[in-house]
Design a protein around this ligand. Structure first.
Ligand SMILES: [Zn+2]
Length: 399
């Protein structure tokens, strides 16, 4: 073993933790669990402080997880910039994953009934609040929009409430999944992928999306790119990507699009529509996924869809303003079937684990979506990189 200053520090922390006899009343202390953990706390707008808190005693239903990594979400960026949920001070990070280092004595299985043990890799989803409408196996009736999640909780005396940290305390009543069979990059991508699993489930309710459908995906940020990967993985082959950046359109092809249209090369909506038609060999799309947060993007997308086609609008995760459409030309006379999609259900979350394996199986390099990895102490840089829209998925990865 190579002894550098970081490993010496880790050893000192371990020794201190065992000398201090952390939490001796609870289950036998797992080896290597330190006395304290670092948490990236958003203490004011556009500023995280790395705080150190004692790791608390675990309740009988709780799980202590050593964080391995966590994706930076658009929601984190909004919170960093404007605190729209008035949560400051807050431990952010909800796209996280890590290894169980300690469990309360009542914890035996995950939310899907799979056994759990120390050393298993897990992710969390929502935290139940005695809501009878949200259960594991009857889920499609409600998405998790109103539920609590780690990484967006008000601070409390546990403090270890977000995944931008060394450790997180997963309390009883939370949903947790054993995902030991997925690699770290895949696990970091579960949450954004669940958004697309849900969107495609919503799209399927129209009855229009079929194996041989011509599908246009507008917007090639992480959401649009994952959308293409989900469609490709479920067997849809004829996908046209629309975006304004050639680099992203190249990436769309890696994810499974077979043609792309850069809207900057087409002046006006008629010319752009012709561009989309040409990409499909002279046809309009049977189905469209709108993945930009742009009102103009929403207004334009109807033009790309054939009479009797369908649309899934999922770009407006937050309020992006009003869009102007012509209901006669865009919806009525074309008989377009439209669905909206927002976040996901708990069932979609579990479906996502299998999607990630299938995507890998057909050779889609999803891990390339993670373009930047920062250590926890560079969390401010990570969020700034996200705000500058550099790269695709930014992640915090602990060593
Ligand atoms: Zn997210």
């Amino acid at each position: 073993m190579e002894l550098n200053s970081a490993s010496i520090e880790a050893i000192v922390k371990q020794v201190l933790a065992s000398v201090n006899g952390v939490d001796s009343a609870a289950a036998p202390a797992a080896k290597g669990v330190p006395a304290t953990a670092r948490v990236a706390m958003l203490t004011k707008l556009e500023h995280f402080d790395i705080k150190e808190y004692p790791i608390p005693a675990l309740g009988d239903d709780d799980i202590l997880v050593r964080v391995e990594g966590c994706g930076v979400c658009g929601t984190d960026a909004h919170e960093f910039k404007r605190d729209p949920f008035s949560l400051i001070p807050v431990a952010l990070g909800h796209e996280g994953t890590g290894e169980i280092v300690k469990m309360g004595k009542n914890v035996k299985v995950d939310s899907a009934g799979k056994p759990l043990k120390v050393g298993d890799k897990v992710v969390t989803c929502m935290i139940f609040k005695d809501n009878p409408d949200i259960t594991m196996f009857d889920l499609n009736k409600q998405n998790v929009g109103g539920a609590d999640v780690y990484g967006l909780l008000p601070d409390d005396d546990v403090h270890l409430n977000g995944w931008f940290a060394d450790y997180i305390v997963v309390r009883g009543g939370s949903t947790v999944f054993n995902v030991s069979d997925l690699d770290l990059d895949s696990r970091i991508l579960i949450e954004p992928c669940a958004v697309l699993i849900h969107a495609v489930e919503r799209a399927k309710t129209t009855g229009i999306l079929r194996f041989n459908s011509r599908v246009v995906v507008q917007g090639c940020g992480p959401i649009g790119l994952i959308c293409i990967a989900v469609l490709r993985t479920m067997g849809i082959e004829n996908i046209v990507a629309v975006d304004g950046e050639d680099k992203r359109l190249e990436f769309a092809k890696l994810m499974g699009a077979n043609a792309s249209v850069n809207f900057k090369n087409h002046k006006g909506i008629e010319a752009l529509t012709e561009g989309v038609k040409d990409a499909f060999g002279g046809y309009l799309a049977d189905f469209a996924f709108q993945c930009t947060g742009s009102p103009v993007g929403h207004a334009n997308i109807y033009k790309f869809i054939r009479n009797g086609g369908g649309l899934c609008e999922l770009g407006f995760f937050i309020n992006g303003g009003d869009a102007t459409i012509n209901p006669h030309f865009d919806i009525c006379s074309k008989e377009i079937t439209t669905v909206g999609s927002w976040v996901y259900t708990l069932r979609d979350y579990a479906t996502t684990f299998d999607f990630l394996k299938r995507a890998k199986g057909i050779g889609l390099p999803l891990e390339k979506l993670i373009t930047h990895k920062f250590p926890l102490e560079q969390i401010n840089e990570a969020l700034e990189t996200n705000l500058k829209m550099e790269g695709l998925k930014i992640a915090i990865v602990n060593r």
